[in-house]
Design a protein around this ligand. Sequence first.
Ligand SMILES: NC(=O)c1ccc[n+]([C@@H]2O[C@H](COP(=O)([O-])OP(=O)(O)OC[C@H]3O[C@@H](n4cnc5c(N)ncnc54)[C@H](O)[C@@H]3O)[C@@H](O)[C@H]2O)c1
Ligand SMILES: O=P(O)(O)OC[C@H](O)CO
Length: 340
Amino acid sequence: MKNILVIGGGSWGTCLSKLLVENGHKVYLWEHNEEVRKVIRDTKENPKFLPNIKLPDSLNVVDDYADVLENSEKYGKIDILLLATPTQFLRNILKRLKNFLNYNIILVNVAKGLEIATKKRISEIIAEELGNKPYNYVLLAGPTHAEEVAQKLPSAILSVSENEEAAKTVQTTFSNLYFRVYTGTDLMGAELAGALKNCLAIAAGIADGMGYGDNTKAALITRGINEMFEIAKYYKANPKTFMGLSGLGDIIVTCTSKHSRNRFVGEKLGQGEKIEDIVSHMNMVSEGAETIKALYKIIKENNLKAPIFTALYEVIYDGKPVSELESTFMSRDLKSEFLS
Ligand SMILES: NC(=O)c1ccc[n+]([C@@H]2O[C@H](COP(=O)([O-])OP(=O)(O)OC[C@H]3O[C@@H](n4cnc5c(N)ncnc54)[C@H](O)[C@@H]3O)[C@@H](O)[C@H]2O)c1
Ligand SMILES: O=P(O)(O)OC[C@H](O)CO
């Protein structure tokens, strides 16, 4: 049995808290939104972020994560700290959290994105903010929508870390008969794959929203993966990771699922809605709509060949019509499939 503190009670943090309690661990959940915290505590449900799912009675909802880390005699020593906070909010959490990390802890992150202001990956943000605090960083990423995991529908995910022992500890802590965890070591590849697939899912959603068929979407996704390889090459990430659970697996689910927030944003864009209106009516986060801002800068500054991602940014934020995505995709010079 492990003592686990979850920071972030959105869909995924709530779902994983449930799973961890079911796996026999003691779980403390802190959620940013005070009203949501109260509702989870009082009703053992999270209707805002994970509706129609009963949460275990023994899930502990806390009002301050710092209190849990500071009072080990009351809560027990925390073994694993699970960060389930969207990318753009993470740095602020870390700035406070670092004051309470005083022994070696496993830090598991489940967010997938790049920080807009710095273009950094989450492991870089964490390293920057935590400095020389002792921790082992693990990313848990793969094709896992909270709505399905919470219903115990069989799912698989990757526990990836530069520290293999930490990845294995996370594997055994989270695995059960409906949640199969594999281990890996290519942290950068998995981080990039998770961040970029959210952008690709918006493009796939645009194709849905514009009324195109399965052929169009399959072609768009495949050519998008080709652009992801270009970006992986720039980062010197292992392209094999892009074909694993955190890459292809998550691309399939996010580009096709009715649960995907990123695909949904694309669908609405494809139907002619504006990004501000779409996101302001969503409870939940679309990481891709934020990450594309950082990705666009990376593509431009480094002259990377990524016409789909470039057109996607320009459609969302530069006022170009959604038809721009189609013309970028279909009307460029004809060429061989693999150029390099
Ligand atoms: N939902 C899923 O199925 C799923 C699966 C895998 C990974 N993820 C990733 O997990 C991360 C968390 O997403 P989610 O789906 O659990 O969240 P969500 O979209 O369901 O909810 C948004 C969360 O952000 C919090 N938030 C809003 N403003 C904040 C602020 N200023 N500071 C801190 N927190 C704030 C909300 O309180 C809430 O917890 C994202 O990176 C997402 O891509 C989600
Ligand atoms: O709902 P999305 O599009 O944010 O995707 C959530 C997860 O990353 C799926 O694995």
